[in-house]
Unconditional design. Structure first.
Length: 259
């Protein structure tokens, strides 16, 4: 969906929810908010609907209030409050429906309150403040480093015994997630592009590191694990103790010989 079509869809969403007496608020999120990085051809629609208490479930389970609801090919409950829906065009909408009190359970960064028939804006500001406080809390670096190291060891070992899918997940997802948290934490003064997901826009914030990680992840499992280990050792210094580095490198060497 191109940006103009994306904006037009947002306008139609607002018109639809504004016609519902049970709706107290409508909040656009992320690129749909118009703040920060704009929507592009690959952007979905992210939003909150705030309703009167008791009306939430209707909006979660019956998608007929969405624009072009007849063109939906998928609609399912993702979480207690959240829903995903997919159109024939491939356009995705991700939304959550809350009453005013449930809104405190949310986490937000970029958002715009488009419709406010109660104190939605004030409550969202409190949610944003809480989200920022959580994101600003320093991560447990030793814990993340330990999780990174052990994910590389277990992932490479499983790949060597033929559990390739488990190996892929541990190296390319689990180990990577911990490494991204550590790399961002090592650079607290760098612009934080998304404080809900350390992987989002990492390449824009750290272009060289992003390129290096991308190249590493395109390697076979064992080689990818080795590349992530060396990058971590180089970038994180004492967090990756030399003895731990050597132990993991030894495991990876045995895995390579086994192959």
């Amino acid at each position: 969906m191109m940006p103009d079509a994306h904006a037009a869809f947002t306008d139609r969403l607002v018109t639809r929810v504004a016609s519902e007496a049970d709706v107290l608020g409508f909040v656009t999120l992320g690129s749909s908010s118009g703040l920060g990085a704009p929507a592009d051809a690959y952007s979905d629609h992210d939003f909150f609907v705030v309703t009167r208490t008791g009306a939430q479930e209707r909006f979660r389970t019956d998608p007929s209030w969405l624009p072009d609801a007849g063109e939906l090919v998928l609609h399912f409950r993702e979480t207690a409050h959240g829903v995903k829906a997919l159109y024939t065009s491939g356009h995705l909408v991700e939304f959550a429906v809350f009453d005013l009190d449930e809104l405190a359970l949310a986490r937000v960064n970029r958002y715009r309150v488009v419709l406010d028939r109660a104190d939605v804006a004030a409550r969202l500001e409190a949610v944003r403040t809480a989200t920022r406080a959580t994101a600003a809390a320093p991560p447990d670096m030793r814990w993340h480093a330990g999780q990174l190291i052990t994910a590389l060891v277990v992932g490479a070992g499983r790949a060597a015994r033929g559990e390739r899918l488990s190996g892929h997940r541990l190296v390319r997802a689990v180990a990577l997630d911990h490494l991204l948290v550590l790399l961002r934490a090592q650079r607290p003064d760098a612009p934080e592009r998304d404080d809900l997901d350390p992987a989002r826009r990492f390449e824009q914030t750290f272009p060289a590191l992003g390129d290096e990680l991308d190249r590493a992840l395109q390697l076979p499992i064992e080689a990818a694990a080795r590349a992530l280990l060396e990058l971590a050792s180089h970038e994180l210094g004492a967090l990756i103790a030399p003895a731990a580095h050597d132990a993991v490198a030894g495991v990876l060497a045995r895995v390579a010989d086994h192959r």
